[in-house]
Structure formats: structure tokens, C-alpha cells
Design a protein around this ligand. Structure first.
Ligand SMILES: C[S@@+](CC[C@H](N)C(=O)[O-])C[C@H]1O[C@@H](n2cnc3c(N)ncnc32)[C@H](O)[C@@H]1O
Length: 259
């Protein structure tokens, strides 16, 4: 009797929490629970599932069709944290504006943003896309080639970012990075940015775009860019990809040059 009364007293609090955080519950359901069930039922990874969907629904050699098909799957079937169509448009615009010749992407996953970047590059430009997970990289390789981009346009590097950045010059002949897209684990943003600063690969006007700086968030990274004085910067506010109601943002930095 007493415990029922205590339970009832907590009900309003529970309901308030449920309503307030409903979008996060939806995200947890779509990104974690549904994925777990589908892994069990299908016996293949989520990345393989989306690849098979893209393979059977998109037009090979047509990057737009491949991206639309990804967006379809991620909206209607399962959640994957690609940059998505809305934040993707900010990425597209910056690429068109800056016309970078050498681009570095940290965090390829299935290759969605790699295809997005590659389709906006000027002739002769090259994207180095870094992914540390071998199985994700295998899917990304198939997606990027399905979209029609060869090894000269998109080179996939399967290693952790902190091992790749120091050897970009020596192993890949990179002299300057015109554009860096950061979309890997958020805890790597700050150490990798500092490694890039020390590498001498950033030049005056180099652009760095970092996704998810609001959710899940990268507070140390944002503090560094504000305090270092090395960048002109702004945060583009946006909603989290494929889910309504969760605020996110992308940080755009323009390197001012070494002090
Ligand atoms: C959010 S996903 C990338 C999504 C992709 N950029 C897109 O929009 O299509 C993050 C990916 O970064 C990879 N990753 C995380 N930390 C990394 C690191 N330090 N080096 C390389 N890859 C990393 C993960 O394995 C994962 O596949």
C-alpha cells in the first residue's frame, strides 16, 4: 500500500522526464535497440544492411541517387549518424565556396559524407578519408566506388587518425590541407586539431568543419578554438540528422596562419 503510494507520487516526475526527453528515447530506440534486434535477426552488421539497401535501390555511378537512398534508409529504417541532408548542405556550400584541392576527412563510416564531399570537389582535387574500423571501411570502399569515384579522387586510409595525421606528408605527399572535415569520435577532435596545428599542414585560409559540436558535443574543442586565437570561427546551428527535436551544430573554423 505504502509502496504503491510512493510509486504514484513519482508518476508525475516520470511522465515529465519521458515527455521532456522523448527525442532522446526515440534516438536510443532507433540507434541502439533496433540495431541490436536487427543484428540478431539478420546476422549481418547495420553497415552491411545499409549497403545492401543502397545496392538494390540506388543508381550506380550517380552520387545524388546514392545519397538520397542512404537518407531514405536512415529516416525510415534504422538510424546511422551520417552528416545527413540538412547539415550536408552546409558542407556542400562550404566546399563550393572554397574549392579545396586537398581534403582530409576524419571518420568515414559507410562513406556517406565521403561521397558528399567527392561530388562537390573541383577537377583534380583529392579526398583522403580516414576510418579506423576495418569493417566500416570495407563498406565505405564499396559505396565510394559504387558512386563512381576512383582511388585518385577518394583515397581511404584504414587507421586511427592520430597515426595518420603525423605521416600525411611523408606517406601521402600532402603539402597542405585546404579543408578538413572532422566527424570521428568527439574526444579526438581537440588532440587531432592540435596535431594538425603542429603538423604544418594547415595554411592561412584552411577550413576545418567539425560536426556534432553541440550533440554529443565537444566542449574542450570549442574552448580551444575560442581561446587559441588561431581561427575565425562560427557555429552553424542545426538539428541532429534523421531525428527531430535534438539540437546540434557544426563548427566552421578558418585558420589564420601560424602565430
Ligand atoms: C559519425 S561516424 C562518421 C560518419 C561520416 N562522416 C558520415 O557523415 O557519413 C564516425 C566514424 O569515425 C570512426 N572513428 C572514430 N574515431 C576515429 C579515429 N580516431 N580515427 C579514425 N576513425 C575514427 C568510427 O569508426 C566511425 O565509423
Amino acid at each position: 500500500m505504502v509502496s504503491a503510494a510512493i510509486g504514484l507520487a513519482f508518476l508525475p516526475l516520470l511522465l515529465t522526464l519521458l515527455i521532456r526527453y522523448r527525442y532522446y528515447f526515440v534516438l536510443f530506440y532507433r540507434a541502439v535497440l533496433l540495431r541490436w534486434v536487427q543484428d540478431l535477426v539478420t546476422g549481418i552488421s547495420r553497415e552491411e544492411r545499409v549497403y545492401q539497401y543502397v545496392l538494390t535501390h540506388a543508381i550506380p555511378g550517380d552520387p545524388d541517387s546514392i545519397l538520397d537512398t542512404f537518407d531514405d534508409w536512415c529516416t525510415k529504417v534504422e538510424f546511422i549518424s551520417h552528416i545527413g541532408p540538412k547539415k550536408g548542405m552546409i558542407l556542400d556550400r562550404l566546399l563550393k565556396e572554397h574549392q579545396p584541392l586537398t581534403v582530409l576527412e576524419l571518420g568515414t563510416h559507410c562513406g556517406y559524407s565521403a561521397v558528399r564531399i567527392a561530388r562537390s570537389l573541383p577537377l583534380g582535387a583529392r579526398l583522403y578519408s580516414v576510418e579506423m574500423d576495418q569493417r566500416n571501411a570495407e563498406v565505405a570502399e564499396k559505396i565510394v566506388r559504387l558512386a563512381g569515384f576512383d582511388d585518385d579522387t577518394v583515397e581511404l586510409i584504414v587507421r586511427p587518425s592520430d597515426e595518420v595525421i603525423p605521416c600525411l606528408r611523408e606517406n601521402y605527399g600532402v603539402e597542405r590541407l585546404d579543408f578538413v572535415f572532422m566527424d570521428h569520435w568527439k574526444r579526438c577532435y581537440l588532440p587531432d586539431l592540435q596535431m594538425l596545428e603542429g603538423s604544418g599542414l594547415l595554411g592561412e585560409g584552411s577550413v576545418i568543419l567539425a560536426d556534432n559540436v553541440i550533440f554529443p558535443g565537444a566542449p574542450n574543442f570549442l574552448r580551444h578554438i575560442r581561446r587559441s586565437g588561431l581561427y575565425e570561427h562560427r557555429v552553424h546551428r542545426a538539428m541532429l540528422e534523421y531525428i527531430s527535436g535534438i539540437r546540434d551544430g557544426m563548427a566552421e573554423l578558418i585558420y589564420r596562419g601560424a602565430k
